[in-house]
Design a protein around this ligand. Sequence first.
Ligand SMILES: [Zn+2]
Length: 323
Amino acid sequence: MRKKLLASLVLIAALSMALWAAPDSSHRRKILFFTKSSGFEHPVISWKDGQPSFAEKVLLELGSRNGWEFVFSKDGSKFNKDYLAQFDCVLFYTTGNLCLPGTDGQPPMTPEGKQALFDYVRGGQGFVGTHSASDTFHTGGESQKGPDRYLNHGDQADAYVRFLGGEFIKHGAQQTAKNTVTDPKFPGFEKAGADFSLHEEWYSLKDFAPDVHVLSVIDAPKMTGPEYDRPPYPTTWARHQSKGRVFYTALGHREDIWTNPLFQAILTGGLRWAMGDVKAEIPPNLRETAPEAMTNPPYVAPPPPKPKAAASPAPKPASSGAK
Ligand SMILES: [Zn+2]
């Protein structure tokens, strides 16, 4: 009897401990995975036959492992204060000017919706960008990859570029490249080692915010292609936006990156940190980790279009006006 009573007391104690510990940790995290493509649509986030994309299937697995709920959306028109308030984090895999319908024709954001995203993060929430999140909201007039695309604009860069902490210039052929880990203590990098090499479509990036805490630096001088004719530069970083947290990794083009355990660890760590579930010190370290990161590759003009082969006979004009 006494034993039974003791056992129940222990059980009650355990239960009340669990209840006491519950407040924040029991709250199931809800993450918006937003994949509107106003520019190029990546196969890895493309919806076919009503099925989740390749990346979304991976996220569903990560979600079940971590107790996260994902909402998958390409609808920019939903962005406003109330819509964003339901999420613990916003994850972007986007391209182009999201305030335009663009390539995928999905509903665009309003300029107020874009501002709502910044306000949401500034208020203390998290944002994570993967891969082409940096090929999004280019600084004015640089959607074409002309010479301006190779310049840093600092304070004059688009508000989104300053928020994210960097901007995509161009990429070369997919190749294996070495990345040095510059903060092995940051969540997700604990098992990455001193460096890691992956075969990927590597983004050449520019206009790094001066306050980024760099997590990995790519060995550009060893890479092939004029896009990488530059000193080493960051490929993953974290920064504060007022009270909020912003994390970016250039990884995520290829399917075998999404299934790669290291990428999954880096993404999971970034999401957990962005949601405030793990803490990390993130002092600015761009100068120490990648001192020449602001030196961009030279602009190389594309070759002139090849002259067309013998012109085929001009099609006969339609018999009547266009329908
Ligand atoms: Zn890509």
